[in-house]
Design a protein around this ligand. Structure first.
Ligand SMILES: [Zn+2]
Ligand SMILES: [Zn+2]
Length: 136
């Protein structure tokens, strides 16, 4: 699905040096698309990369965010989750199973009254509620 060469090329295009831990973190984000936290990524990868430290994971994610390889997702002030899907989309966090779901939203057509003259760097659309699995 995601060859290491493709991932390398992707990081190089974003000016991120493709070290092995960085490639593995990127692969994880792309493969699972489940908005993991830094701890979840660390726990998932440490068996495969015994030399991995939490600091490396945190630094990698920080670098990814800076270079727009990943976006941080903070839905309700809890831990930061990460997303490799960098096109803009909304997040819905289920209050019961704590899963974060992606949804499409046309931000180009969003109506931003009152921001004339402002430069927008980032927009996030976060919803909270109950997912269909939990409402039943
Ligand atoms: Zn749920
Ligand atoms: Zn997302």
């Amino acid at each position: 699905m995601y060859s290491i060469d493709k991932l390398k090329e992707y990081l190089e295009n974003k000016d991120v040096k493709p070290s092995y831990p960085r490639l593995k973190v990127l692969e994880y984000l792309l493969r699972y698309q489940n908005h993991p936290t830094a701890d979840q990524i660390y726990n998932a990868l440490v068996n495969e990369i015994p030399t991995l430290s939490k600091t490396t994971v945190y630094n990698t994610l920080h670098r990814f965010v800076e270079s727009k390889v990943a976006t941080p997702v903070c839905v309700d002030g809890g831990e930061t989750h990460y997303d490799a899907t960098v096109n803009e989309h909304g997040h819905f966090k289920c209050q019961i199973c704590k899963k974060i779901f992606d949804f499409d939203i046309d931000l180009e057509k969003a109506c931003e009254k009152g921001l004339t003259g402002f430069e927008i760097l980032n927009r996030s659309i976060n919803y909270k509620g109950f997912c269909p699995n939990c409402v039943e």
